[in-house]
Design a protein around this ligand. Structure first.
Ligand code: F0G
Length: 457
């Protein structure tokens, strides 16, 4: 008999979760004004809101926590982080920040001016927020295949070099850098190929522009390159990671994802000059340059997390779990962005709930139904997240209207995946009876999805 695939770790510490009733959940979600962010974690059975900062640290990481050096300046923890960044990612300089968006804030304070254009693949919402807040424009040059959820493409996160070249030809004088998000979260946790990274580098070189990687899930991206791209099957993840970053000048990192820590981030770069310039904003916004909003113990755990997060066995366990959930949904006929992403399954709400008017937020409506059905909390990646156009103030309706089910790292078992799939199947089976969605009663001017309030129609 073939020995089945199993997790490459065992469990040493557990956290109980509460099995609520449907009636409790109906009450709680109403009180939460139909915003899943407003739920208390105790009201959630399986929490798939995000894979950010929600992972389980290893025994090695917890051991390093005890060795944290909490000195204000020049802590050994800073050196450990510097060493890991140099060895694993290849960058000479780095600036610690408290999380990914802080890295964006500090770096963009140096690089972006009013009226600039920042082309790349789908910018994450905080990235877009930090660009638009500076009155610059985020130009999405993702390949068209990314918006066809049922179409297979091994690297749906790719930048379209023709679109990028067009933006550069038109606007290069106002382009401070090109940004590539690996993996492409907004398009469904989809990877970017090494070939694409090379093409982006070539275009950047032609126009003498730097390339920044938004690297939150760079290790998951490297796993897909190893599994799907010719010529990389025999390379280690760490070799692939080194090559990926050889095409970038700088990176921003939310360490809450692929460095498997609960809090942390950084900017890394090869230019000493950029490092100096970021230090001014880092001190102003984050903290001194050798801690930048992180505790020493967190920097230690991050250094170990970068190492563990770039090990094949860990990545294979993680990504196969997401794939396992995807295969169940395929079995039940539930449409999602395929192939399955690295960190999440993105259910195609336009296809599941076509009877709900798009103005009533289909993916959010699906998220509410799934919560009531089985206590599972996902997150909307669609019209709500897309915010209003900053100039016209009209709602933006992106091509993709998705409910993201993000799987935390090393937290849930495959039994939980079975529960998620069954919950979705029950909603899917009664989809024809769901015809009304949600109406916004209160919203913030930017990044509204965190605090928005609804009435159910
Ligand atoms: N870039 C990407 C691609 C991200 O997915 C995120 C966060 C950030 C930047 C910002 O990092 O949260 O540490 O400030 N994504 C989380 C998510 C919130 O749920 O996808 P942060």
């Amino acid at each position: 008999m073939e020995i089945p695939f199993a997790e490459s770790y065992k469990i040493k510490m557990v956290e109980p979760i509460y099995r609520s009733s449907r009636e409790e959940r109906q009450q709680w979600i109403k009180e939460a004004k139909y915003n899943l962010f407003n739920l208390k974690s105790k009201q959630v059975f399986i929490d798939l809101l995000t894979d950010s900062g929600t992972g389980a640290m290893s025994d090695r990481q917890w051991a390093e926590m005890m060795l944290g050096d909490e000195s204000y300046a020049g802590a050994t923890s800073y050196d450990k982080m510097k060493c890991a960044i140099k060895n694993i990612l290849g960058f000479e300089y780095f600036m610690p920040t408290h999380q990914g968006r802080a890295a964006e804030n500090v770096l963009f304070s140096v690089l972006i001016k009013n009226g600039d254009y920042i082309p790349g693949n789908s910018h994450f919402d905080t990235t877009k927020g930090h660009i638009e807040h500076r009155k610059a424009h985020a130009i999405d040059c993702t390949i068209d295949e990314a918006s066809e959820t049922e179409l297979y493409h091994p690297f749906k996160g790719n930048v379209d070099p023709v679109k990028l070249e067009k933006v550069m030809a038109e606007h290069h004088e106002k382009v401070p850098f090109i940004i590539v998000t690996v993996t492409n979260n907004t398009a469904g946790g989809q990877p970017v190929s090494m070939e694409c990274l090379r093409q982006v580098r070539k275009i950047a070189d032609k126009y003498k522009k730097p390339v920044v990687f938004d690297s939150a899930r760079f290790a998951e991206n490297a796993y897909f390159i190893k599994i799907r791209e010719k010529g990389y099957e025999n390379k280690t993840i760490k070799e692939i990671v080194k090559e990926m970053f050889s095409y970038a000048d700088m990176m921003t990192m939310s360490a809450k994802k692929d460095a498997i820590v609960n809090m942390g981030g950084f900017i890394a770069m090869n230019s000493e000059e950029i490092w100096r310039q970021t230090s001014v904003f880092n001190i102003m916004f984050e903290g001194y340059i050798t801690y930048g909003g992180m505790s020493g113990r967190d920097m230690n755990a991050l250094a170990v997390g970068l190492d563990e997060g770039t090990e094949f066995d860990y990545l294979e366990t993680r990504i196969k779990q997401v794939e396992y959930l995807g295969n169940k949904l395929t079995e039940y006929g539930i449409p999602f962005q395929s192939p399955a992403g690295g960190h999440a399954i993105f259910v195609d709400a336009n296809k599941v709930l076509p009877n709900v008017p798009k103005e009533e937020f289909r993916a959010q409506t699906l998220g509410i139904e799934l919560y009531i059905e089985a206590g599972i909390r996902g997150v909307e990646i669609g019209a709500l997240l897309a915010d209003r156009d900053p100039v016209t103030r009209e709602n933006r309706y992106p091509k993709l209207e998705l409910l993201r089910l993000a799987i935390p790292r090393r937290v849930y078992t495959d039994n939980h995946m079975d529960v998620i799939a069954a919950g979705l199947k029950n909603v899917f089976d009664r989809r024809d009876s769901i015809t009304r969605g949600l109406n916004i009663t209160r919203e913030a001017p930017i990044m509204r999805h965190f605090t928005v309030e609804f009435e159910h129609l």
